[in-house]
Write a protein that binds this ligand. Structure first.
Ligand code: NAD
Length: 434
């Protein structure tokens, strides 16, 4: 379902009317395309206070030029050395003069340090950056995004910084991402980082899953398109187009994990749990037969297949698991007690398993939490609720399946080994649960 309002606000009468009536004024986002792989414009690198990081070499490789025009496409503020409240004045001093000039669809990325449990002054100052980031994200407008990366080692965060400073992260804003210092390998080719790797995506016959399969294939992966047997025709169509294979399988069926392991005798590098269903109704009206399937597809089968694949050693060292949560699992949503419970459960799974999978198997486990994404699922939502869902975020528009797919591709990246246990919302900074 096309976003006609967004197209209208791009016209002269649309601009006039929305300004006069005080209506939301979304900016058409600049997304990744092979013709436009990097942001148009320069990078401004600022520092607030002393810093032990040296992000300059990594930033130089992100593909932006140095800003010479005074209208940067991206501003990176290194605030990682701030240890007290007085130091926060440096954040204001650095960004106040430049924030107005950031180009449309541009990026502001703050670099912070993990809050120090042994130093409450440092912890207060670093936590303050979170409130700052989320507030600036809400006020900056014009398709611009603001995110905070907490890191101790710039090299370990290279894939993350490249992602946030590129058109691939168009719909990711107001996020706080922690990057550890786990050693991580740079790919031979940043344009095809998944070359030689195998990725399985559940629910990939259509919607977000199809876009994920497409994006991982673009990045070089051989994809396995898993979907229910009823969707086999579509799954085969997607697999053929991407040079992969289809796996018709209901993930709730007994032994689904073993079937996947059998279908992949050489093992698996990337496992994307994307399949999901809704059966909405308020709890008072919800019979058990609307509750159980949602918990089973969205959560129990994710736990079962993950356990089976880890136990069978099917996930290779350096493997990546990415599960799909939802902002409903963070904020809750009327009519979705079952769905929100299942998606919150995904977050619990990710946080608990991530450290153990990394130490035991060298595998990272992360989640994406999409907001309003333009798919068949959301096209079926009644008009008024759909319009509210689309506009109630800092970018005043819905996301596209490609936005979720790009975020998953970053988490699946071989150089993202230090990104573990994260739940990254792809929601244009939705007001729900923000
Ligand atoms: P969709 O309904 O378009 O696609 C889901 C796919 O999963 C379908 O192809 C379906 O056949 C498959 N599937 C369902 N049950 C399955 C099973 N038992 N075994 C194998 N495959 C199964 O949905 P979508 O909008 O593309 O959503 C994809 C994921 O993103 C879901 O987990 C959904 O909860 C989540 N999500 C979507 C949105 C959104 O706005 N669209 C927002 C937040 C989260």
């Amino acid at each position: 379902m096309a976003d006609r309002y967004l197209s209208f606000t791009g016209t002269a009468p649309g601009r006039f009317l929305t300004r006069r009536l005080g209506l939301p004024r979304p900016t058409a986002l600049k997304r990744f395309s092979p013709e436009r792989p990097v942001l148009d414009g320069g990078l401004l690198h600022l520092t607030a206070g002393p810093s032990a990081l040296d992000p300059a070499p990594v930033l130089a490789r992100a593909g932006l030029g140095e800003d010479t025009t005074g209208r940067p496409a991206a501003v990176v503020l290194d605030a990682s050395g701030i240890r007290d409240v007085a130091g926060l004045a440096g954040v204001h001093a650095a960004l106040h003069p430049v924030v107005r000039s950031v180009a449309d669809s541009g990026r502001v990325v703050l670099l912070g340090a993990p809050p120090d449990a042994a130093d409450h002054h440092q912890a207060a100052a670093q936590q303050a950056l979170e409130g700052f980031t989320r507030s600036l994200g809400k006020e900056i407008g014009r398709g611009r995004t603001v995110n905070l990366v907490r890191l101790t080692d710039a090299a370990a965060a290279e894939s993350t910084l490249r992602f946030l400073l590129s058109p691939r992260s168009a719909y990711v804003s107001g996020q706080v991402i922690e990057v550890g210092d786990h050693e991580t390998a740079a790919p031979g080719d940043w344009n095809r980082p998944l070359a030689g790797r195998t990725a399985l995506v559940t629910g990939a016959a259509r919607g977000i899953g199809e876009a994920v399969a497409e994006t991982l294939a673009r990045d070089g992966a051989t994809v396995v398109v898993l979907d229910v047997p009823q969707a086999e025709h579509d799954a085969r169509r997607v697999a053929e187009r991407l040079g992969g294979t289809a796996l018709p399988l209901d993930i709730t069926s007994a032994g689904a994990g073993a079937r996947i392991a059998e279908a992949l005798p050489d093992g698996l590098d990337v496992l994307v749990h994307n399949a999901g269903i809704t059966r909405d109704r308020r709890l008072v009206n919800m019979p058990a037969d609307r509750w159980s399937p949602v918990l089973d597809v969205n959560l129990a089968s994710v736990l079962r297949t993950t356990d089976a694949l880890l136990a069978a050693g099917a996930l290779k060292r350096g493997g990546r698991i990415v599960a799909t949560a939802s902002i409903a699992g963070i904020a809750g949503n009327a009519g979705q007690t079952n769905y929100a419970a299942s998606k919150a459960g995904i977050i619990g799974l990710v946080r608990s398993l991530a450290p153990r999978a990394l130490d035991g198997h060298g595998v990272t486990v992360n989640a994406v939490a999409p907001g309003f994404i333009e798919t068949r699922m959301t096209a079926a939502v009644p008009l008024l609720i759909r319009e509210a869902g689309r506009r109630m975020n800092s970018l005043a528009q819905g996301g596209l399946p490609a936005d979720v797919a790009e975020t998953i591709a970053w988490l699946a990246h071989p150089a993202s080994g230090a990104v573990n246990g994260q739940v990254v919302r792809v929601c244009g900074q939705s007001l729900l649960g923000a």
